[in-house]
Every structure is written in C-alpha cells, then in structure tokens.
Design a protein around this ligand. Structure first.
Ligand code: SAM
Length: 320
C-alpha cells in the first residue's frame, strides 16, 4: 500500500511545506497502514489487489456517477472485488458498467454546492473526512493543483484506491484524522469539512483545526447538521440522533456563523440548507443495512428519537 503514496510525497516536496511536516504525514500514514486496527483490512487489501488491470479509455468526472469506460471486455472479477468493499456509503461510481449505487447519492449535494464554492483551479485543496473520495473526484474535474483527503476509515481508503486505480486523478487520501495533522500547516487554499463537525466533541476546536490548515485568505467549506433557531440555539442529543452514534453538537446556522467569526473567519456565507431526503440517503445493493427511512418515525416527520428531521447547511468562510 505504501508505494501508492510515493508520487504524492514527491508532489508535497515541491510545495512550501517543511520537511518536518512531510515526515510527520509519512510516519502517521505508515503507522496506520502497518498496524491497522480494523480486522477486515487484509480482506479489503486483497480485494484491491485482485482488481483487474484495465485500459481506461474514457473518464467522466462531471456526471452524477464518477465514470470510467473501456473498449476491453470486462470479466466478473471487477464487480467481485468491489463487492468485497461493501458497504459503499458515498457514490455513485460507474466502473466500466459496474454501477456502484452507494447509500448516499452524493451527486445531489455536489449539485447544490458546486457552483457556489470557491474556484479550485490551480489551488491546493484539503478534504477533511473525505470518505471514499467521491467529492475529491468531482473536485479533480475543476483542475485543482493538489487534492489531499484525510480520513481515518480504512475501508473508505481502500474504496478510494480501488476507484483511483482507474481514474488516475492524482488525488490522494491519507489514513489520518484531523487531530493527526501537523500543527498550523497554513498550506491550503480551500479546505472542505463535510459531515465531520457534528462528530467532533469539541466543535470550536474543530473550527480552529480547520483554520490552521488554511493560508490567510483561504476558504473553508463546512457542511454540517443544523437545527432551527437563532445564534443561541444548539442541540446536544441525549444519546443517538437518527440512530447515529457520535453525534455531539448541532448548532443553528446563526450559531455556526458566530462560531466561525470567533475562530478567525470573515466573509461568512451560507450557500445551502437542505433537509435530507430518503431519496438522497437509502438502502441499496451496495449498502444493505438500514438507512434514513428506518431512522425516522412512521410518518417520516421526525427522527426515531423525536428530533427534527436531519437538515444540513453548507457555509463558505474566508480565513482572516
Ligand atoms: C458523514 S461522513 C462524510 C463523508 C463526506 N465528507 C461527505 O460529505 O459525504 C464522515 C467522515 O468523516 C470521517 N471522520 C470522522 N472523524 C474524523 C476526524 N476526526 N478527522 C477526519 N475525518 C473524520 C469518517 O471516517 C467519515 O468517513
């Protein structure tokens, strides 16, 4: 696995980044991949290794599904390997006719925000909690200079490399959490944090970590679950929220804007607020567990715990 990162380290060496920071990223990546804590990792690695070599003829990153096609005849091994990487939470992907219909139709969020996020052309981009990199592939189409994702989930990492084998976007996902990033990098022009804020116990701290990743004048794109209300309103669920564990802090949009102001951001603009639908997040052949519909009450008006329906806001803010 580590050889997959070589090209990316070379790219990093050409940037304004100290050798200490690069060594830190290399060491953390090595540690995580050499001592994986997830017991299924060898199976996922084997799935990746059994992917067939295919001469990709066409790559489409501007369609709903990240798509690769070829004029070669594809045998069943590709699908069998991709199935070993179930559950696929984010997608869709269409790999040579093997349509990976993930739990989330991630294209729906991308369609809502793509025209309103900062220009990515020639920019250094970080995607925090990037999952399997679906959005990074969509960003690659916008001609960023470098796209780096971080995500501690090894299944997501193996899904990323399985798609990247064919897309060859030159984006890269490091198996790290944001807490494991070097301090005060001040490197990126645009940092994304989508679907991570509410998983962090300390929301202000998360905003500060995101600010540290950015250059002065760089942009943060943050997406999170929100509630209705003014700048004094937030929700800390008693236990689960829409059956999700690890949900800690849901602010109102006004409170999140205030938190961004207090943590060193300006030009704060909410670009989207959407209630998640059961069309956007649902059970499929590629994610067979329960999904949003089962996490709501019978008439689909509240979460199963009685909270308001999941609503997500996306905010763009500039680092002062
Ligand atoms: C809800 S998913 C969001 C995925 C994607 N960003 C999206 O918007 O669809 C949250 C992702 O964040 C990752 N994650 C959780 N805690 C994290 C942390 N402390 N640092 C970085 N990533 C984290 C999880 O592994 C998971 O893949």
């Amino acid at each position: 696995m580590l050889n997959l990162y070589e090209k990316f380290w070379e790219k990093l060496e050409k940037l304004e980044l100290t050798s200490d920071s690069i060594n830190h990223l290399k060491e953390k990546t090595k540690e995580k991949l050499e001592k994986p804590i997830q017991g299924d990792y060898p199976r996922w690695l084997n799935a990746y290794s059994s992917l067939p070599n295919i001469n990709t003829i066409n790559i489409h990153l501007n369609q709903q599904a990240v798509t690769c096609s070829t004029d070669q005849c594809i045998d069943s091994q590709l699908k069998a390997s991709m199935q070993q990487l179930i559950p696929w939470r984010k997608g869709p992907f269409d790999m040579f006719g093997c349509y990976i219909d993930a739990e989330w139709q991630s294209n729906m969020k991308w369609d809502r925000i793509a025209s309103q996020i900062p220009d990515l052309e020639n920019k250094l981009v970080l995607d925090v909690g990037c999952g399997n990199g679906y959005y990074m592939f969509r960003m690659a189409e916008k001609k960023a200079k470098l796209i780096m994702g971080i995500d501690p989930g090894l299944l997501q990492i193996m899904q990323f490399w399985s798609i990247e084998k064919y897309v060859q976007s030159e984006a890269c996902v490091l198996p790290l959490s944001i807490q494991q990033m070097p301090q005060n990098l001040a490197l990126f022009d645009v940092t994304f944090s989508m679907g991570v804020f509410y998983h962090r116990k300390s929301p202000i701290h998360h905003l500060k970590e995101l600010a540290y990743s950015l250059k002065t004048g760089g942009y943060l794109v943050i997406e999170t679950l929100v509630i209705n209300g003014d700048e004094r309103a937030c929700l800390i669920p008693e236990n689960r929220y829409a059956q999700m564990r690890n949900v800690w802090f849901l602010p109102s949009v006004s409170m999140l804007e205030l938190m961004l102001k207090r943590t060193g951001f300006k030009n704060i603009k909410c670009i989207d607020i959407t209630t998640t639908s059961i069309q956007e997040q649902r059970t499929t052949q590629w994610m067979k567990f329960h999904s949003l519909k089962e996490f709501l009450n019978n008439d689909l008006t509240k979460t199963i715990e009685g909270y308001d329906l999941p609503r997500r806001a996306t905010i763009v803010a500039q680092k002062k």
